[in-house]
Design a protein around this ligand. Structure first.
Ligand SMILES: NC(=O)c1ccc[n+]([C@@H]2O[C@H](COP(=O)([O-])OP(=O)(O)OC[C@H]3O[C@@H](n4cnc5c(N)ncnc54)[C@H](O)[C@@H]3O)[C@@H](O)[C@H]2O)c1
Length: 311
């Protein structure tokens, strides 16, 4: 399928960044948001992100101009009618997504490919409001989208393999590392791994086994360090299945199998300590600490990205 025109629905954190990426790879992009007031901040975010690339000599000023000229912004859903491919990035609410897709189905061509960037809502359930659900799948990006390479392509019960393949191919074309999620399970693949790790980390913190700093160091300087280069199955292959089998045999039964995130996690939420955005989470982000932490994060992410990991 020849995809030229791309629609992004939802001009928030994810949608604006995706629009920038598609446009920088030569696609014509329409960024649509229900709320007119969301459009100017999105345009500014894109412009600032492109300026940062120009100042680091990763993009020529001319390329920035061309990228911006390929993006249009609209609060009129009809602006999406000529799109060959659309990624939905509206708020994570099944009711809102259903209403959006019902309206969209009246506007878009029936053969246009449609994807949702939902973090974890069921693709099969979202598809109930999509006309011709064979052309619909999940396309799960990671924040910040311009840095993190992975994209999960999730097949719902009615997704055609061809649809998943088209989304996979376009992900490759924009320099991403796509994977297929063959079953529409909660959390897809990445969030299942992430939340399993998080459950154990919170359990260890609650039980005084280590401090947040030391548990994070364990990930950064051993496990995560390794996982940036080889995955968990490769780790086991290199270490020896017999060794890992023996460890799993005595350790799995001792790991947290908590069914709900109650305890410390819930307490922090109840105290409105939501992390960087409120100035406190597991760590303190008061004053300029949040900006410093974000700058440090993005600098390190970019260093890793520049290492050009293969496979
Ligand atoms: N932020 C993340 O880290 C992240 C990562 C992966 C996936 N996601 C998913 O991406 C989606 C968007 O997340 P975000 O962080 O960009 O959210 P956001 O709140 O920054 O942006 C959502 C945008 O959707 C708009 N919107 C709301 N209702 C709409 C409608 N009916 N039609 C059109 N636009 C509408 C809002 O005005 C807002 O601009 C969610 O499904 C989220 O779960 C987010």
């Amino acid at each position: 399928m020849d995809i030229k025109n791309i629609g992004i629905a939802g001009a928030g954190i994810m949608g604006s960044s995706m629009g920038q990426i598609f446009a920088s790879y030569g696609y014509k992009v329409v960024i649509y948001d229900l709320f007119e007031k969301a459009l100017e901040p999105a345009r500014q975010r894109i412009s600032q992100a492109l300026d940062a690339l120009v100042s680091k000599n990763e993009m020529m000023a001319e390329q920035k101009k061309n990228t911006l000229s390929r993006i249009s912004f609209s609060s009129d859903m009809k602006s999406l009618k000529d799109c060959d491919f659309l990624v939905e990035c509206v708020v994570e609410d099944m009711g809102i997504k259903h209403k959006f897709f019902e309206q969209l189905s009246e506007i878009m061509r029936e053969d246009a490919i449609i994807a949702s960037n939902t973090s974890g809502l069921s693709i099969t359930k979202i598809a109930e409001s999509v006309k011709n659900p064979a052309r619909f799948a999940g396309m799960h990006w990671f924040n910040p989208p311009h840095i993190i390479p992975l994209i999960e392509v999730i097949k719902g019960d009615k997704t055609a393999q061809e649809t998943a393949d088209i989304i996979y191919d376009i992900s490759l074309k924009i320099g991403k590392k796509p994977i297929y999620v063959n079953k529409d399970v909660p959390g897809f693949i990445a969030n299942r791994i992430q939340l399993a790790v998080m459950r154990e980390c919170v359990y260890m913190l609650e039980n005084g086994i280590g401090t947040a700093e030391d548990i994070d160091k364990c990930m950064k300087y051993a496990l995560g360090f390794r996982y940036a280069c080889i995955g968990p199955f490769e780790v086991v292959d290199f270490g020896g299945l017999d060794t890992f089998y023996h460890v799993a045999d005595y350790l799995w039964e001792d790991l947290s199998d908590a069914k709900k995130p109650y305890g410390l996690f819930k307490k922090l939420i109840e105290e409105k300590n939501l992390g960087v955005k409120t100035g406190k989470g597991f760590y303190d982000y008061s004053g300029d600490k949040a900006k410093k932490a974000l700058d440090r994060r993005d600098k390190l992410f970019l260093t890793l990205k520049e290492a050009k990991l293969e496979n």
